[in-house]
Design a protein around this ligand. Structure first.
Ligand code: NAD
Ligand code: UDP
Length: 332
């Protein structure tokens, strides 16, 4: 372990300790009623912050925030970030608002494109006005159907800007461009995380993404629907590991204006994922094969060496354990 690495680790630990001792931090979480956002809100409340969830409840749900709704440091502003909402001053902004399921890209392309561009501009203006620190939730989809594997942050990607996924992929790319522009022109402390496939409790069974779809099919005895031949690969990160990474990026040093990948490390084919789900659910469901959607990436895996080096971040929950936790939560 080199000296530089040790120095960075100590800085992160100290800033994390200071962070937990602060009680006067006001934090906005856009998309706070969504899957990832609601888990993040809970962690921020547990660390003593005042948390303001800004959400239009498009893909988010009341039930996601039912456990924290009455917390005295939590409040919800129901608003659409595309429309310049009136927001209170804040010290920190986690900007997670955006539909994220490919199943929504056909029905809501304009909403998605503008949420990640116009909406991101509104949050960046708010950060400038209040000198707030901001984190932007970008995505592995900025790499499109990648020709480089695994994908490091330096890879510029292979996105079909006019294809069915373009509304999401390209708007996240422009969202990132805006963060760099505001950082360069206004010196905003904005950090970007490129999130790779993440799953866990609170994903809607009808969300369309592969993990909740397979789980709900397996538990209801329906055939699992594999798109294509099932040889396409992804890595899957459990939500607790992802929230831990997001917090480390916001609280750590060396990230102002910068970007980092966060995602699981165990690459798995969708066929293998289906078989794992059937085995964990002890399900008799079969598998049917449907056409692969246009531009569906053939392989994806993050290079997370930057997150490891800067934050000592490494996801710890494997797919078996994470799926079991997700199933257990369904029964509660
Ligand atoms: P989600 O759909 O569960 O949550 C998104 C939330 O944003 C919802 O509560 C939704 O109502 C809200 N929202 C959407 N558009 C809005 C708007 N215009 N104004 C206000 N609120 C709006 O999805 P998620 O999986 O929790 O994703 C959260 C963020 O993380 C998104 O930005 C997504 O792009 C990013 N991300 C997630 C994953 C993943 O695997 N979960 C992967 C890559 C990136
Ligand atoms: N997928 C599938 N069946 C489903 C849903 C998704 O085979 O019911 C596949 C999809 O085609 C993709 C992978 O699973 O190859 C991951 O899809 P998801 O929508 O979860 O996320 P993506 O990585 O495509 O954004």
């Amino acid at each position: 372990m080199g000296g530089e690495y040790q120095k960075i680790t100590v800085t992160v630990l100290l800033s994390a300790r200071n962070f937990h001792s602060m009680s006067e931090v006001t934090t906005i979480v856009t998309g706070g009623a969504g899957f990832l956002g609601s888990h993040l809100c809970e962690e921020l409340l547990a660390s003593g912050q005042e948390v303001i969830c800004v959400d239009n409840f498009g893909s988010g749900q009341d039930s996601n925030v039912s456990q924290i709704r009455d917390h005295n440091r939590f409040r919800i502003i129901e608003a659409d970030i595309r429309k310049l909402p009136e927001l209170p001053p804040a010290d920190r902004i986690y900007h997670l608002a955006s539909r994220a399921s490919p199943a929504d890209f056909t029905e809501f392309p304009v909403q998605i494109a503008l949420t990640n561009t116009q909406g991101t501009k509104h949050l960046l203006e708010h950060a400038v006005e209040h000198d707030a620190k901001m984190l932007f939730a970008s995505t592995s989809e900025v790499y499109g159907d990648p020709e480089v594997h695994p994908q490091p942050e330096t890879y510029n990607g292979n996105v079909n800007i006019r294809g069915p996924r373009g509304c999401y992929d390209e708007s996240k790319r422009f969202g990132e461009t805006l963060t760099v522009a505001y950082h360069n022109e206004y010196d905003v402390d904005v950090r970007t995380v490129r999130i790779f496939n993440t799953y866990g409790p609170r994903m809607r069974p009808d969300d369309g993404r592969v993990v909740p779809t397979f789980l709900s099919q397996a538990l209801q005895g329906e055939d699992l629907t594999i798109y294509g031949d099932g040889n396409q690969t992804r890595t899957f990160c459990y939500v607790d590991d992802m929230v831990d990474g997001i917090l480390k990026v916001m609280n750590g040093g060396g990230m102002k204006g910068d970007v980092v990948n966060l995602g699981g490390q165990n690459e798995i084919s969708i066929q293998a994922l289906a078989e794992t789900v059937l085995q964990i659910c002890d399900s008799d469901s079969g598998i049917t094969y449907e056409p692969l959607p246009e531009d569906d990436p053939t392989q994806r895996k993050p290079d997370v060496s930057k997150a490891e080096r800067l934050f000592d971040w490494d996801p710890t929950i494997d797919i078996q354990e994470g799926l079991q936790k997700t199933i257990d939560d369904l029964g509660e």
